[in-house]
Design a protein around this ligand. Sequence first.
Ligand SMILES: [Fe+2]
Ligand SMILES: [Fe+2]
Length: 152
Amino acid sequence: MNIFEALRQSHEKQRKLADQLLQTSGNTAERSNLFELLKNELFAHAVGEDRYLYIPLMMTDSGLNITRHALAEHHKMDELLEQLSATEFSNPGWLSIAKKLAETVHHHLQEEEHGFFQQAGKILTAEQKSSLAQQYLSEYQKYKKADKDSLV
Ligand SMILES: [Fe+2]
Ligand SMILES: [Fe+2]
């Protein structure tokens, strides 16, 4: 498996969880469970992706711009997650923040899969792509709490 295939596995989970979250309402166990799952999925993925895709890319001249752009989007998602965590599930404004988060997630994944990963593919060697995949996956597993009782 190469690093891009490994990253895409989590992207599919993120898309599904973000969409499911928008179907929830009010102060319900469903909303709270899905939010925890999405938050953990985004977190575990971003830690591994920052460390084992973007940091190595950042060390190259041609990878610097995509890395800055991607890390800024990770930061934006973190801010929206924080806003959601600080808002009561029963607050009528919760869903509109969740929509903003879901749009940001979809936009970011699209940009990675159709832009950043292609550019990164030209910068990294085949050997790097496979060793980074192993390192990413072990980091991702380390931060992923929800596998056992995951709803997806
Ligand atoms: Fe990603
Ligand atoms: Fe990302």
